[in-house]
Design a protein around this ligand. Structure first.
Ligand SMILES: Nc1ncnc2c1ncn2[C@@H]1O[C@H](COP(=O)(O)OP(=O)(O)O)[C@@H](O)[C@H]1O
Ligand SMILES: [Mg+2]
Length: 305
């Protein structure tokens, strides 16, 4: 399948003096799992609210299936399942009852749909328990179940794994991969690079409201001369030592990790120099992911805020 499914054209949103989203252009094609990646506060939710017509852009256009959301929201959102804000449910009713009510409000759903989405989101076993007994993760799954109820061919999810435990995160990722298998186009936001790497086909990186990179995940990962992560016991001294090793360029630091750009021989040299200086090296990890390098570099300023 090809064809443009979601498109942002010069999309901007300002709140007073705050430019939350700044002249965004991106395109999502049919069958993509598009990762909208950026640190907290980058403008992901604001963009998704504009895409789904919950708020109006200050300028620019958001289109779904070639329809301007501003003028054609109802039609554009047909066939779109979205989880944007934290959905509210009736706590005294079960998941199944909540979905039944939602289906009724939105004009009914196909026979068996409720069981289908309960299965997909792993809630089948607890479907008849009251929602007030649900954990945050289960409510999140129920929100996704609700978004999937109309059998959408486009699914838009704002940080679907946020606040979930590792198992819950894995389950949601698995579910997204299943949607992909079924040919559903998925647009999801995340602040986690590895998550986007694992499940997305294309990625747009946003920082301080601006798109800083967009591309095909596979080809970005194949880009040469990826950084190497070095974990040592003493970051400051390591930095000093590494500054004296030729062919080594320190890209960034994060906690006890240093990210360097170096050819393999220079990496070996860096390791030797650190050992010689009496600094324990716990790990040398090649990051054949220049995506990570890019993400760290591009978003460093805002993560330190
Ligand atoms: N309703 C609002 N009023 C004022 N500022 C807002 C509003 N919504 C978002 N912002 C600001 O816009 C920026 C982007 O926010 P948001 O889209 O929520 O980022 P993200 O989802 O990437 O964490 C932030 O600086 C945030 O404070
Ligand atoms: Mg957000």
């Amino acid at each position: 399948m090809s064809g443009i499914v979601i498109q942002a054209e010069g999309l901007s949103k300002t709140y007073g003096r705050c430019v939350a989203v700044d002249n965004l252009n991106f395109t999502v094609y049919a069958g993509d799992v598009y990762g909208f990646l950026g640190p907290n506060g980058a403008g992901k939710s604001t963009t998704i609210r504009m895409l789904t017509g919950l708020i109006r852009p200050s300028s620019g256009i958001a289109r779904i299936m070639n329809l301007d959301i501003k003028n054609n929201r109802a039609k554009a959102m047909q066939g779109v399942g979205a989880l944007v804000e934290t959905p509210s449910f009736y706590g005294c009713l079960s998941a199944r009852e909540n979905l039944n009510i939602f289906a009724g409000l939105s004009g009914g759903c196909e026979e068996g749909s409720i069981d289908r989405v309960l299965r997909m989101t792993g809630l089948a076993g607890r479907a008849d328990n009251k929602v007030k007994s649900y954990s945050h993760g289960m409510r999140q799954r129920l929100g996704i179940a609700q978004a999937l109820l109309p059998k959408p061919h486009i699914v838009i999810l704002d940080e679907p794994t946020d606040g979930l435990d590792p198992q819950g995160m894995r389950d949601v990722r698995q579910m997204i991969l299943q949607l992909k298998e079924e040919g559903v186009t998925v647009f999801l936001s995340s602040h986690l690079l590895f998550e986007v790497e694992q499940i997305c086909t294309r990625v747009g990186i946003i920082d301080r409201g601006r798109l800083v990179m967009e591309g095909d995940v596979k080809s970005l990962l194949k880009m040469e001369s990826g950084p190497v992560e070095i974990r040592t016991a003493d970051r400051e001294r390591s930095l000093h030592v590494l500054s004296g090793v030729s062919g080594v360029r320190v890209l960034s630091c994060n906690g006890e990790s240093l990210f360097i750009d170096a050819v393999p021989d220079a990496v070996a040299e860096a390791n030797r120099a650190l050992a010689q200086a009496g600094i324990k090296v716990y790990a040398v990890i090649p990051k054949n992911a220049s995506l990570e390098d890019l993400f760290l570099q591009l978003t460093e300023g805002s993560r330190e805020k």
